[in-house]
Design a protein around this ligand. Structure first.
Ligand code: KG4
Ligand code: ZN
Length: 336
């Protein structure tokens, strides 16, 4: 093991996540999910999220340090997500981390949440490095990123409307499958035929951009029509077919980026990358093309503290850290 020992916080949305890493090695990675709190609202309620972060962050910090058998005196730095995310939620982790760093006079490293996702693959496999194409798909984002070097990122394309996870969540809600919708549709698609129904793949002439709102309307219209006629097909077939449309869109854009930029590595991150069908399709396509696919384990695809820690440790090792006046930025954009 090598690299700085960093305590890291991620509170951009609905998970309070704290980790201790040493370089790319995870010493502890703990999390308190708020899914149960938000489920009855069918989505994340920002004020509820911020309050829950406040309630759990202290105990989680103690647990992360205890699990890692690391004393605060042994830390080399403290990292936290700066944005993008929900302002109240971000402020909890960011302020807590900065205060802790200040009190111990440790370097404080503010990390872009999306850059955190770019670092996630190194936690499973430290050989992951740019140049690479990284596909990021979560409840808030869907992007195809070209990583020329660490810190040099170009967003090649992104969704022009809903994020992929948002599409899963909205459709699952409409179908009465509960929240969060991605895992619900993933489960409901089990045994279903992905080719049973041909739902639209939007923007066929765009190499990297994505769009999911047309698909959402098409699936809702399809279900309403069949419900009214009393001819609703098996749920598994509908779920597998709509999932295939989302997966197809993501896989095609990823492979376009790989071909156009001649990279030999693909990284991935974001909650949607926990989707079993997406993982299977990416593996197939990468293997056909002889591309190395770095697909983090599902717990490292969804929001976590370790990915923020890995990014923090990388920059700290190069002497780069943030000013005490740094603030959260809900509009932080990768590559700017
Ligand atoms: O990265 P993440 O944990 O949080 C952010 O949005 O930043 O991603 C959460 C999203 C949700 O929209 C959820 O429905 C989706 O990831 N998701 C999935 C799966 N697991 C989580 N989508 C499809 N299939 C899954 N198995
Ligand atoms: Zn995320």
């Amino acid at each position: 093991m090598s690299g700085p020992t960093v305590l890291a916080f991620e509170t951009s949305c609905d998970e309070t996540a704290v980790a201790v890493v040493q370089g790319t090695e995870i010493l502890s990675n703990v999390l308190s999910s708020q899914v149960g709190l938000h489920a009855r609202f069918g989505g994340v309620v920002p004020e509820v999220a911020a309050r829950a972060h406040v309630e759990s962050i202290r105990a989680l910090t103690h647990k992360a340090l205890a699990d890692a058998s690391v004393h605060p005196d042994d830390l080399d730095g403290v990292a936290a997500t700066q944005g993008p995310g929900l302002i109240g939620a971000l402020l909890v982790g960011f302020s807590y981390a900065k205060a802790m760093a200040w009190a111990r006079q440790l370097p404080f490293i503010a990390i872009d949440h999306m850059e955190g996702h770019l670092f996630a693959p190194v936690l499973d496999d430290p050989t992951f490095a740019p140049p690479a194409v990284v596909v990021l798909a979560s409840g808030g984002h869907s992007q195809i990123v070209l990583m020329r070097a660490w810190g040099e990122y170009e967003v090649l394309g992104q969704t022009i409307d809903d994020a992929a996870g948002e599409a899963f969540d909205k459709l699952a809600r409409f179908m009465g499958l509960g929240y969060p919708g991605g895992p619900a549709i993933d489960d409901a698609s089990e045994g279903g035929d992905p080719a049973a129904f041909e739902f639209p793949r939007a923007l066929p002439d765009r190499r990297y951009d994505l769009s999911f709102s047309g698909l959402k309307t098409s699936v809702i219209t399809f279900i309403r029509k069949h419900e009214a006629a009393g001819t609703l097909p098996p749920l598994a077939d509908v779920a597998a077919s709509l999932q295939e449309a989302i997966v197809d869109a993501i896989v095609i854009r990823t492979m376009n980026a790989v071909e156009d930029h001649g990279v030999t590595r693909i990284g991935a991150g974001g909650g949607v990358l926990a989707n079993r069908r997406l993982r299977e399709r990416l593996r197939e396509e990468a293997s056909t093309r002889g591309i190395d696919l770095y697909l983090p384990s599902p717990v490292l695809c969804t929001d976590n503290g370790a990915m923020i820690g890995a990014a923090g440790a990388y920059w700290l090792e190069r002497g780069m850290y943030s000013d005490w006046s740094s603030q959260v930025d809900v509009n932080l954009k990768l590559g700017r």
